[in-house]
Design a protein around this ligand. Structure first.
Ligand SMILES: Nc1ncnc2c1ncn2[C@@H]1O[C@H](COP(=O)(O)OP(=O)(O)OP(=O)(O)O)[C@@H](O)[C@H]1O
Length: 348
């Protein structure tokens, strides 16, 4: 990894700011000025840690891709600034070819690939011809890293979505960027192959110290592979933290729903379950346990088959809760039950 080789001053008047995280955004906004003004990112401040995987997650239209473009320098912030190693990230007005030299972006789709060229040529073409031996060695190395060296002589057009994605990532990594940016990188990868690709990216990060920022809307994906989550809602940062912490102790109901499809209950509704905290609470689906009880005041409202588990919709006329069940004995709709909550989280 070519550490710090590309961190430099692009803007004449700029002064490096000390003691910032690798990437730092301060009061950053993007307002798109079309028929109507759209504030895609609204005065956000954030820090991205070096050598870690940070996932930007949020519902559709929350500003994830726009934030990624701001970090890379594809967009000029409408307010605020983004810094890399303390230096301002150059944008289109500062740099002929947009995009920070220390970073590489793997975008959605495979626009950057030449479908009719071989895998090897797609990847090798990113290096200059000054040292052909080194070029061949490095290409082989990166193809092995992404475990597609056996596909080197195949045309990209003949590959699966997952294999194409590995070619895109190889192209991005061959020049040793310090930061890899990925927009929905697993969208076109079959579920069966996602885990492997995620693990390979985690291994590369652990081995090389690469910093990865990825945009995703899939909680399972980001919980499994990220070191940090940056949660976006309507252009703002709704939450930031480690996946396990945000999963069990989200700072907002939005994060609770997004990451865990948690049940959100007002203080009054919580009382129906015997929980009296005086505040809004969230309950993870797996923390709601049920027992058949002919005298129970709740019942099974619906059962949704989800493959290896069932999602049960339970409650009474005033309350609806979602819970998971790994059924050994099947429970029927309308069965009277009692509900036991093993844990909950109160919002301040
Ligand atoms: N070039 C543009 N011109 C005008 N509006 C835009 C432009 N790009 C994005 N937007 C708007 O900005 C908002 C945020 O878009 P963005 O693509 O960043 O969201 P996102 O969270 O990545 O969404 P998705 O998950 O659907 O890709 C949306 O309302 C979108 O319509």
């Amino acid at each position: 990894m070519a550490q710090q080789s590309n961190s430099c001053q692009y803007i004449f008047s700029d002064v490096q700011k000390p003691d910032l995280p690798l990437i730092h955004g301060s009061d950053v906004s993007t307002v798109f000025d079309g028929k109507v003004l759209v504030t895609a990112v609204n005065r956000v401040s954030f820090g991205i840690e070096e050598g870690k995987i940070t996932a930007i997650i949020g519902e559709s239209g929350s500003g994830k891709s726009t934030l990624l473009k701001l970090i890379y320098g594809l967009l000029e912030p409408s307010t605020g600034e983004v810094r890399y190693r303390g230096w301002l990230v150059p944008t289109r007005k500062d740099k002929l070819i947009p995009g920070h030299d220390a970073m590489k972006l793997v975008s959605q789709g495979f626009d950057d690939l030449n479908l009719y060229a071989k895998v090897w040529d797609n990847v090798a073409s990113q290096l200059s011809n000054t040292n052909l031996e080194l070029k061949a060695k490095r290409t082989q190395e990166v193809l092995e890293q992404l475990r597609i060296d056996h596909l080197a002589q195949k045309r990209v057009a003949d590959l699966s979505g997952g294999e194409k994605q590995r070619v895109s990532i190889s192209r991005a990594l061959i020049n040793d960027p310090e930061v890899l940016l990925m927009d929905e990188p697993f969208n076109q990868v079959d579920a069966a192959f996602r885990d492997e690709l995620q693990q390979d990216i985690q291994n590369i990060v652990a081995r090389t110290g690469l910093t990865v920022i990825l945009v995703s809307h899939d909680p399972a994906e980001v919980l499994a592979m990220s070191d940090y989550l940056l949660v976006m809602k309507a252009g703002e940062i709704a939450d930031y933290g480690k996946p396990k912490e945000l999963y069990s102790k989200p700072n907002t109901p939005y994060t609770a729903r997004l990451l865990a499809k948690s049940n959100i209950l007002s203080a009054n509704k919580a009382k129906v379950l015997g929980i009296d905290t005086g505040s809004l609470i969230s309950i993870l689906q797996e923390d709601i346990n049920i027992e058949s009880d002919d005298n129970g005041s709740f019942w099974i409202k619906d059962i949704k088959f989800r493959g290896f588990y069932n999602e049960l919709i339970v409650g009474n006329d005033d309350l609806t809760l979602h819970t998971v069940q790994f059924p050994k004995t099947e429970i029927k709709k309308n069965t009277r039950i009692k509900i036991l909550v093993s844990s909950y989280h109160s919002f301040k």
